[in-house]
Design a protein around this ligand. Structure first.
Ligand code: ATP
Length: 246
């Protein structure tokens, strides 16, 4: 008897993306399984962020396609409208960027709760789950602070809380520790891993930092818009998944 296998968390097939004369992606194929943590590395300008944006449906590539497995079944991004992709991102994908992109005029709690409310959660439930999540990320009692009243590491914890409040299937992080010192970077990466692959969901993280990449189960290296090395092919074992946050 043949046992049906679960679809991967994401599958990208021969992605090409050019900006004028610059080729950002030159035929990237990548499959990421549920619960994996994958670091994407490579020199500046090699196409890492463009890849992340294509995988998350922020950019639709010139050629090639991406399929994401989310609750309700796999979605082919090229077949989805811009509105459908926006709903998919809000409800099923998480994002953490270098600067967090938090709203400075809102408190830590409001920054997290807004993400839940935009995905359709009531204010009451959004505030309850956001308070709980901030507490689990070590920010108990700091929910009323505005972002400018937090340290860089605390602000990134808020960004992680915001990214996870809708329990995303896949979390995309672009240089999430880029603005932090090495100790804080390690703490933030531990929390990000615990919240994602440590809880059975998927993390794709773009980084220049080898120590950040070493915490991930898999490292993909790019050069000139192509994947030139993939530790999955070399049989590397998971290393950095800390205990689950939920
Ligand atoms: N919106 C855009 N318009 C024009 N060119 C772009 C755009 N986005 C990316 N590029 C170009 O595409 C190439 C890949 O850029 P990308 O940002 O994906 O690289 P990266 O590896 O993430 O770089 P970095 O590590 O410096 O962030 C570069 O040559 C860049 O200049």
């Amino acid at each position: 008897m043949i046992t049906p296998t679960a679809p991967p968390a994401l599958h990208a097939h021969r992605l090409h993306q050019a900006y004028g004369a610059a080729t950002a992606l030159d035929g990237v194929t990548l499959t990421v399984h549920h619960g994996e943590s994958v670091a994407v590395m490579g020199a500046s300008g090699c196409g890492k962020t463009t890849l992340l944006h294509c995988l998350a449906g922020i950019v639709v590539p010139d050629r090639g396609g991406v399929t994401l497995d989310v609750p309700g079944g796999p979605v082919t991004l090229s077949a989805a409208s811009e509105d459908q992709r926006a709903v998919l991102r809000r409800s099923h994908l998480g994002f953490v960027f270098q600067q967090g992109l938090l709203l400075p005029e809102l408190t830590a709690l409001e920054n997290v709760a807004v993400a839940a409310m935009l995905a359709g959660t009531s204010r009451r439930e959004a505030e309850r789950s956001s308070t709980e999540l901030l507490g689990r990320l070590g920010l108990h009692g700091l929910g009323d602070r505005r972002i400018g009243q937090l340290s860089g590491g605390q602000a990134q914890r808020v960004a992680i809380a915001r990214s996870q409040v809708n329990r995303p299937s896949v979390t995309f992080a672009d240089e999430p520790t880029g603005a932090l010192d090495s100790r804080t970077s390690e703490e933030v990466m531990s929390l990000l891993l615990a919240a994602t692959s440590g809880a059975g969901t998927t993390l794709v993280v773009v980084t220049h930092d080898e120590t950040v990449a070493a915490r991930c189960a898999r490292v993909v290296r790019m050069r000139d818009g192509r994947v030139v090395e993939d530790s999955a092919a070399a049989g590397r074992t998971p290393a950095g998944t800390a205990g689950a946050l939920r």
